[in-house]
Design a protein around this ligand. Structure first.
Ligand SMILES: NC(=O)C1=CN([C@@H]2O[C@H](COP(=O)(O)OP(=O)(O)OC[C@H]3O[C@@H](n4cnc5c(N)ncnc54)[C@H](O)[C@@H]3O)[C@@H](O)[C@H]2O)C=CC1
Ligand SMILES: O=C(O)[C@H]1O[C@H](OP(=O)(O)OP(=O)(O)OC[C@H]2O[C@@H](n3ccc(=O)[nH]c3=O)[C@H](O)[C@@H]2O)[C@H](O)[C@@H](O)[C@@H]1O
Length: 465
């Protein structure tokens, strides 16, 4: 049987940091060390000021301040943490490949392989290696081969334990998970390893929510879960366009279908398109895997979810241009929100980036207020698209510290993130500050369209015909 006293997590990102904080909080007898090659990130995790943690998540600061220095440590000494640990979580990034075979589709597993080689080189005692990152089905096989063939003859058990937390609600999702999934080898030692990991979770998760499967089912379930979730968003977004031309209201349709318990009422909010670091990357990965097995119809089926999402973003920016008399050249367009959803500072793949880019192509001036995103981050996101020079981007995109200055003198407002504070703005004051006609494009369906129209705004809400 395994006795777990020390665990280590490679990768102090959006998943590694919060996940290990909760595991440490709930297992005070276990020492948890989170390591990363990024010194700046580790420094931020060790910051005394909880506002300086590298990621913003409601409730995270409280847990970190409670357990850091007690049984939770953040460090850059990866070798030492691996050597001392009985169980090692790999929680590094697995972005879409940007080069070579599978470019733009497959998951780039170079960081995973580096971790496997490092674990093999450093380990002098048997370890349980846990895949926390989202990985293509059968990656565990590759990790196992590297560990066994380049290691020091010690035993490795590989588990798959995908993470299902969503950003903005990470702590809540970790404290009350719908399920914890653990895939392991169907052998006696495999079962013992599953049990060792399950026992960490049982410190707070009811046993019937801890599911054990074989490794391949676990790996594939993660990609499938994200594909199904994203598919729901694309499905309701497809219907939103139909609502707009037919006079239906997408919120009413969502409510009507969501009351059918077989469909369920969550994840039916029409939007400007899903963002985030994972939905697109994981579906592309699924499509690539299906293609590599020659399953073309399966690949095409899932690819449509991405095609629909791109269309939703594109039609939103086009709607702004056509409504503003077919030109936004030198017009001020105010963006409320830049993060890919509320309650996070994460901007990866945020719809706002693509919409800003399209509007800047049309020579608009985009003025953004987001309570958690810095101008530096916004510009980095835009520059990353590599469409025009950084100088032009910084001339055309201006961040503001508060909403009213972003909006002052604007021709139009686009709501790109559903931050609660946007609903409570003084919309009468805003109306007075704007050019007329004063347009509002609500890409999140959070504002009261009738109330705004009564003030005098011309309002477009996604999915309302
Ligand atoms: N962000 C999210 O909400 C979720 C992400 N996931 C998955 O979890 C994985 C990690 O995602 P995030 O935490 O968002 O990524 P992230 O990019 O925020 O963090 C990854 C960290 O790993 C570090 N790293 C990379 N290679 C390393 C190495 N060889 N040694 C030490 N550190 C190394 C990087 O410096 C970085 O700080 C991905 O596979 C992702 O698909 C799963 C569920 C939710
Ligand atoms: O693997 C991951 O990274 C994670 O991806 C998603 O979590 P996340 O991307 O953090 O956030 P979501 O709440 O899923 O939202 C994703 C995007 O879809 C959009 N969305 C979501 C729901 C909805 O009804 N409508 C909608 O447009 C959101 O605004 C956001 O842009 C999944 O929900 C998590 O279970 C998963 O662990």
């Amino acid at each position: 049987m395994y006795k777990i006293q020390k665990i280590c997590c490679i990768g102090a990102g959006y998943v590694g940091g919060p996940t290990m904080s909760v595991i440490a909080q709930k297992n005070p007898h276990i020492q948890v060390t989170v390591v990363d090659v990024n010194q700046q990130r580790i420094n931020a995790w060790n910051s005394q000021n909880m506002d300086e943690l590298p990621i913003y998540e409601p409730g995270l600061g409280e847990i970190v301040s409670q357990v850091r220095g007690r049984n939770l440590f953040f460090d850059t000494d990866v070798d030492r943490a691996i050597e001392e640990a009985d169980m090692i979580f790999i929680s590094v990034n697995t972005p879409t490949k940007t080069y070579g075979k599978g470019k733009g589709m497959a998951a780039d597993l170079k960081y995973i392989e580096l971790c496997a080689r490092q674990i093999a080189r450093v380990s002098k005692s048997s370890k349980i290696v846990v895949e926390k990152s989202t990985l293509p089905v059968r990656t565990a096989q590759a990790i196992k081969r590297i560990l066994d063939q380049t290691g020091n003859g010690v035993e490795f058990q590989i588990l798959s334990n995908p993470e299902f937390l969503a950003e903005g609600t990470a702590i809540k999702d970790l404290l009350e998970p719908d399920r914890v999934l653990i895939g392991g080898a169907e052998t006696e030692r495999g079962n013992e390893a599953i049990e060792a990991l399950a026992s960490l979770y049982r410190a707070w998760v009811p046993s019937d929510r801890i599911l054990a499967t074989n490794v391949w089912s676990s790996e594939l379930s993660k990609l499938t879960a994200n594909a199904f979730l994203a598919q729901r968003v694309s499905s309701i977004n497809a219907i939103s366009e139909l609502c707009e031309v037919s006079g239906a209201n997408v919120n009413e349709v969502a409510r009507a279908i969501g009351t059918d318990t077989r469909i369920g009422n969550r994840f039916l909010k029409a939007s400007v398109g899903f963002g985030g670091s994972c939905f697109q990357k994981d579906i592309l990965n699924l499509v690539y895997i299906a293609q590599s097995y020659g399953l073309d119809e399966v690949a095409q089926y899932w690819e449509q979810v991405i095609i629909m999402n791109d269309h939703q973003k594109k039609r939103f920016s086009e709607k702004i241009v056509t409504t503003l008399f077919n030109t936004v050249s030198d017009k001020k367009i105010a963006f409320l929100g830049w993060a890919f959803k509320k309650d996070t500072n994460d901007t990866r793949e945020s719809a706002a980036i693509y919409i800003a880019n399209e509007l800047i192509e049309e020579q608009a001036s985009v003025h953004v207020y987001d309570p958690k995103v810095t101008q530096m981050q916004m510009l980095a996101d835009l520059d990353y698209l590599n469409v025009r020079s950084c100088d032009i981007n910084s001339e055309r995109l201006i961040a503001h510290q508060e909403a009213y200055s972003a909006i002052e003198g604007a021709h139009a407002i686009a709501v790109l993130t559903e931050w609660d504070e946007f609903v409570c703005l003084d919309w009468k004051r805003i109306y007075q500050q704007m050019q007329k006609p004063a347009f509002v494009f609500d890409g999140r369906g959070i504002l009261d369209q009738k109330e705004l129209e009564n003030i005098g705004f011309e309002v477009y809400t996604i999915g309302i015909g």
